[in-house]
Design a protein around this ligand. Structure first.
Ligand code: ADE
Ligand code: ZN
Length: 331
């Protein structure tokens, strides 16, 4: 009989989870039915633009502060159930301004709900506010100012989502300057829908501390070496990459190669509503599909904690608890 440590018990941070895209499927259905809407589709997208349109439609089931707070709360609860000690959901406040009137109003609701959920479920919650590569850069800069304004209410990082092939990093330099000068981590999407050049730009122009995805760095060995020599963490989402055809299969996915090269990588779900697996499922897939052993899984979990925006005393304590997990007897 093969004995395995429980991956639920492995302390870990969820660093790449879009808020609306992490909504429970049952909540999507319930809210849509409550508002007598057609339940938004969550499968059958082919390319990224179709996926993105589906994402935005799914987000329209959120119509009140209670709905938004409920989604935040359930996303945090699901992370806690999966054994996360920290979650850093990202959101784009502008997605909800038509509903709530202003970007400030949206952020107020999310930060309050996140603080309540952190207390209720006993895990740390930091928030990532993100810009959108397909919108004017001025919008992202406004988001960055907003993110800095809410820094003392647990906004810890600034991101950049949506179609990387549309908006190059150079357009968003000012936004990231504002965020980094305001003390936030820089965590743009890059190396997902565009290749190594986009990763280099995220590092050089946006000062990335973490890269959401980053996996296409594998196409440039020099870049892989640069990443391995740095503390930058790649927030990798294996199932998302397969579903959006960034990688053909688990067998073709570069995660093992990146880890073998010494790159810090975390493992994440991205959008469980549209891709299926949650955080714990992704760790289980790392074991079953990539064949990672517990040392490697612990390394991934440690990287997720060390790459997070959590306070440094928590990072130290949680990293030590990863070592304890690894030292624990097999069950
Ligand atoms: N928004 C939600 N999911 C995303 C992804 N995988 N890439 C870019 N933007 C996103
Ligand atoms: Zn993402």
């Amino acid at each position: 009989m093969t004995e395995l440590r429980s991956l639920q018990m492995l302390p870990k941070a969820h660093l790449h989870a879009h808020l609306e895209g992490s909504m429970r499927p049952s909540t999507l259905t319930e809210l849509a039915e409550h508002y007598e809407m057609i339940v938004p589709e969550t499968s059958g997208y082919g390319d990224f633009p179709a996926f993105s349109a589906m994402y935005k439609t799914a987000a329209t089931v959120i119509k009140t502060a209670d709905d938004l707070s409920r989604v935040v709360s359930e996303v945090v609860e699901d992370a806690a159930l999966d054994g996360a000690v920290w979650i850093e959901p990202s959101f784009q406040p502008r997605m909800h301004t038509a509903t709530f009137g202003s970007v400030e109003a949206v952020v107020e609701i999310v930060v309050d709900a996140a603080a309540a959920a952190s207390n209720a479920f006993g895990i740390g919650v930091g928030l990532m506010i993100a810009g959108d590569r397909t919108e004017p850069p001025a919008n992202a800069t406004e988001n960055a100012r907003l993110a800095v304004k809410f820094k003392d209410q647990n906004v810890v990082s600034f991101g950049l989502a949506s179609d990387e092939a549309v908006g190059p990093a150079e357009w968003f330099k000012e936004s990231f300057d504002v965020a980094r000068e305001g003390g936030l981590l820089s965590a743009p999407h890059a190396g997902e829908l565009a290749g190594p050049g986009s990763v280099v730009a995220a590092l050089d122009v946006l000062g990335a501390d973490r890269l959401q995805h980053g996996v296409r760095a594998i196409e440039d060995p020099e870049l892989v070496k640069r990443l391995a020599d740095s503390t930058v963490c790649l927030d990798v989402c294996p199932t998302s990459n397969i579903m959006l055809r960034v990688a053909d299969s688990f067998a073709e996915h570069p995660l093992r190669e990146l880890l073998d090269a010494g790159v810090f990588c975390s493992v994440n779900a991205d959008d469980s509503l549209l891709f299926g697996p949650g955080l714990l499922d992704e760790y289980e897939l790392c074991r079953s599909e990539f064949g990672f052993n517990d040392e490697l899984l612990a390394r991934i979990a440690r990287s997720s904690i060390e790459g997070s925006g959590a306070p440094s005393d928590k990072v130290l304590a949680w990293s030590a608890s990863v070592d304890e997990w690894l030292a624990s007897a097999l069950v």
